[in-house]
Write a protein that binds this ligand. Structure first.
Ligand code: GLA
Length: 384
């Protein structure tokens, strides 16, 4: 994330002016996928890639935004009916509106931003963008009075109300609460969280990007969430205390099998197992047992591919390839339908695995995957 580059673009496009500079990262998730909106556990960490934005209040009621990467200008007013049509600008507009709903007196500003989180790779470039602006507007117009959880909810509500993705809280949480060198286990029901220093001696975490973009997956994502809610509605008839799939055991699910569609049943089975896997991985990490961590990652991949059905041919191929190379753990990361696999690899296997993945993936699909080493980093912050 290059702050000088953003500063030079801001000065160029806004007549030599300077503003304040903020940054927020993308995220990885070691395990716990599609569990957040089911009240379960997730285990993410922030990465060293993210969004950097420079912002200066401009004394008007209009926002002027320049996307440095897309070389695109958008300006908008701050009323609900002023929503821009350009998709990237909806995130910034949504954050403004959600901050206003929370009592922040957002006024017009000039801004430009750039990022190095790959788009559509399952590393939450959109949460990085939302968190950057939520953090910045809170600082510039809200006297810092909105706490970080509420800022995460601002980003999530932006997705729900202005983008159309009914996401959970994981991505925005990780982008705001990230801490260098630590993963964070979040209980998405109570919002309790715990930092786990992550320094697996002898292993590395690496992402292999299938370069299949998942941008068009929002309706499939919302459908998965709906399936989970359908199952909960059925189970609640017998167990009124149930609020989320988090509260459901496999026995309770089986008991209602006749009243749940086959598809909703499969989805629920995956989620119930996945919530438990996060806890198992936390225990394994504390015991330094990376073999178990890796095995759970493979189980997650199977579940996401066969029960939750959010993998794709390319990601299954990368997962099989990792297994055949002897990689300790591998799975599709994030919402799915494209993007990256996350791989826990022994140091001595790293070079062979990467070379193999590049060569075999290219031979099969005609394009090279991208490789990102994971560096677990800090969350949202003011840079200048
Ligand atoms: C996307 C969503 C998150 C979460 C993941 C899947 O990244 O934004 O809330 O549901 O998918 O774990």
């Amino acid at each position: 994330m290059d702050i000088d580059y953003v500063r030079s673009r801001f000065a160029k496009h806004f007549d030599g002016a300077t503003g304040s500079v903020y940054a927020s990262p993308g995220r990885i998730n070691l395990i716990g996928e599609h569990t957040d909106y089911n009240g379960g556990f997730v285990f993410p960490g922030a990465v060293d890639k993210g969004i950097v934005a420079e912002i200066r209040p401009n004394g008007t009621d209009r926002v002027w935004c320049y996307s440095i990467d897309l070389k695109d200008w958008v300006d908008f007013g701050l009323n609900e009916e002023d929503a821009p049509r350009t998709s990237w600008a909806k995130y910034i507009f949504g954050v403004c509106c959600e901050m206003i709903k929370r009592g922040v007196d957002v006024k017009g500003f000039d801004t430009c931003f750039a990022g190095d989180v790959p788009l559509g790779a399952g590393m939450s470039s959109s949460a990085a963008l939302e968190s950057t602006y939520a953090f910045a507007l809170n600082d510039l117009f809200g006297e810092g009075k909105i706490d970080k959880f509420e800022l995460a909810k601002v980003g999530q509500a932006t997705e729900h109300n202005y983008v159309g993705v009914n996401c959970g809280i994981m991505d925005q949480f990780a982008s705001l609460f990230g801490k260098k060198g630590s993963l964070i286990r979040l209980d998405c029901r109570s919002l309790e969280y715990k930092y786990y220093p992550f320094d697996p001696k002898g292993y590395r975490l690496v992402l292999i990007d299938s370069v299949v973009k998942h941008e068009l997956a929002s309706s499939a994502y919302n459908k998965r969430r709906q399936s989970c809610e359908n199952a909960v509605a059925v189970i609640q008839k017998k167990h009124p205390q149930v609020e989320f799939l988090r509260d459901v055991t496999m026995d309770m699910l089986k008991e209602s099998k006749a009243d749940i569609s086959e598809e909703d049943y499969m989805r629920s089975e995956y989620v119930i197992e996945e919530i438990q896997r996060v806890l198992d991985v936390c225990d394994a990490l504390e015991a330094g047992d990376y073999e178990t961590v890796g095995q759970k990652m493979y189980e997650t991949h199977q579940g996401m591919s066969k029960l939750y059905e959010v993998s794709c041919e390319e990601l299954d191929f990368l997962n099989d390839l990792a297994f055949d190379c002897g990689v300790t753990g591998s799975r599709v990361m994030g919402g799915g339908f494209g993007g990256c696999t996350i791989n826990l690899v022994k140091d001595e296997l790293y070079e062979t695995f990467i070379a193999n993945a590049k060569e075999k993936y290219k031979a099969k699909f005609g394009r090279s995957p991208k490789v990102y080493d994971v560096i677990i980093s800090d969350g949202a912050r003011k840079l200048a």
